[in-house]
Design a protein. Structure first.
Ligand SMILES: NC(=O)c1ccc[n+]([C@@H]2O[C@H](COP(=O)([O-])OP(=O)(O)OC[C@H]3O[C@@H](n4cnc5c(N)ncnc54)[C@H](O)[C@@H]3O)[C@@H](O)[C@H]2O)c1
Length: 440
């Protein structure tokens, strides 16, 4: 049992705090917002993450999980502090460390016993050294020992709890190997590979991993576009490629590309770091460009079919940046809807979970309560986020509800031949068409 403080109660902080409590630790989660803390004490979560509510409730009841807004209370018994605050993009693409700095200063000024500070936020290479400087400058008693460990997080929103409990690896970076070992002990119950490195290498592993995954998606999207031009089917191409163990099938789903709270800002931050340190990250620039072109490509396809959007009613299925999350950060749906509206379309949209968050970002959109409502009277529907509930819809009913049955399948979840048989004008991403522009 360890006394652990986790700063930040977002997707990473709350999952980390709740899961560490579930492993038997005493955990106190700190955030700045009193209403959030009060709600959490009642078991009301600020985010949607499958399975998380149950773990929070269980550990609240067991008294192992506390919530506070007070640094004094959070630091009282803490031996380990996990920093899991946001690191959004700054104006030049760099990671903005303002939240990290505020959190570290809050901690440093209250250090009264030996403390290990563990950075889980995704931060630029060199941040661990800077954090140590900030702590030294702000701690009341310079003789109290402290250590900084980088512990990048690899969980995926939508399966955060599972990923935390079943990681492929845990990465720990520190200038002090004993400090890294102490943090490793917190992860021993997970029986996973623990990779211990220096601070900068651990920080780089996170950026390199996200950049690689983003690259894999942009790669298959580029291949998808070539497939479309030449009449091949990218789904089968990906299957054929992914069967090769050196390639692997994950992240070979062609579609509208990546979004979310991590890939866009992390790729940007890596480009910024690379270019401000004298290297030319041309691959990463291309990866980004391909990604944003995919969104426009879906709109272009629809424009070709409808001959323009003025006065057209377009339905959108799925708003969150990916299924199983309410996170709307950098969601492709936002850019697609804005492009459609700019050209005069009326947009109706439905998402199983993200509607409330979407309302804050989108104007003049009518939000439906189910996918059929959104399809009713529509000139076209675009499937943007592939929530499971869209996969087995009654497509005959959808067809009959629509003004004209035009379907842009931004995530390739439908069978093109079946959609063609049902009478849809169907376009997937990279599926290959016959001379009449119909799926083969
Ligand atoms: N979301 C993911 O899937 C994911 C995965 C891996 C890594 N990360 C990284 O983890 C970090 C956190 O991401 P997230 O998605 O959980 O962010 P988030 O926006 O969901 O949560 C951030 C939390 O930090 C809190 N916070 C900010 N400043 C604070 C302060 N000074 N004191 C106390 N609380 C403060 C916010 O209130 C919020 O609860 C980021 O660096 C991100 O890149 C995220």
């Amino acid at each position: 049992m360890s006394k652990i403080c986790v700063i930040g109660v977002g997707y990473v902080g709350l999952v980390t705090g709740a899961c560490l409590a579930d492993l038997g630790n005493e955990v106190i989660c700190l955030n700045r917002n009193q209403e959030k803390a009060d709600n959490l004490k009642e078991g009301i979560l600020p985010i949607y993450e499958p399975g998380l509510e149950e773990i929070v409730h269980r550990n609240l009841a067991a008294g192992r999980l506390l919530f506070t807004t007070s640094y004094d209370q959070a630091m009282e018994e803490a031996r380990f502090v996990f920093v899991a605050v946001g690191t959004p993009s700054g104006s030049s693409g760099e990671a903005d460390l303002a939240h990290v700095e505020a959190a570290v200063k809050g901690v440093a000024s209250r250090i009264h016993q030996p403390l290990t500070i563990i950075n889980k936020s995704t931060v630029p290479i060199g941040t661990g050294d800077w954090v140590a400087d900030v702590v030294r400058e702000n701690m009341p008693d310079p003789d109290i020992p402290f250590w900084v460990v980088s512990n990048p997080e690899f969980l995926r929103e939508g399966s955060g709890v599972y990923d935390f409990m079943n990681p492929d690896r845990v990465v720990l970076g520190s200038t002090d190997q004993e400090a890294a070992q102490r943090v490793a002990e917190l992860y021993y119950p997970l029986q996973t590979e623990i990779i211990i490195t220096d601070l900068r290498t651990a920080e780089m592993i996170k950026y390199a991993s996200n950049a690689f995954l983003a690259t894999k998606i942009s790669f298959i999207n580029e291949i998808a576009n070539v497939c479309e031009a030449l009449g091949a089917d990218v789904m089968d191409v990906a299957r054929g490629m992914g069967a090769d163990h050196r390639i692997a099938p994950q992240f070979l789903g062609a579609g509208l590309g990546w979004g979310g709270s991590c890939f866009p800002k992390d790729v940007k931050a890596l480009i910024h770091m690379a270019s401000t340190h004298g290297t030319n990250p041309s691959l990463l620039r291309a990866v980004t460009e391909i990604n944003y072109d995919q969104r426009k490509r879906a709109v272009t396809k629809l424009r070709h079919i409808l001959g323009g959007f003025r006065g057209k009613k377009i339905g959108i299925w799925g708003l969150s940046f990916k299924p199983n999350t309410d996170d709307m950060r950098e969601a492709p749906s936002v850019e697609i809807i804005k492009l459609l509206q700019y050209e005069g379309a009326q947009v109706r949209a439905y998402d199983p979970v993200a509607t409330e968050n979407a309302r804050k970002l989108l104007k003049n959109v009518t939000f439906g309560t189910d996918p059929y409502e959104v399809a009713e009277g529509a000139d076209a529907v675009i499937l943007v986020a592939e929530w499971n509930e869209f996969k087995q819809l009654d497509m005959t009913r959808v067809r009959d509800l629509m003004k004209q049955p035009v379907l842009i399948d931004g995530r390739n979840i439908y069978d093109p031949r079946r959609m063609k048989e049902l009478g849809f004008t169907y376009r997937g991403m990279g599926r290959g068409y016959d001379e009449a522009g119909q799926p083969r």
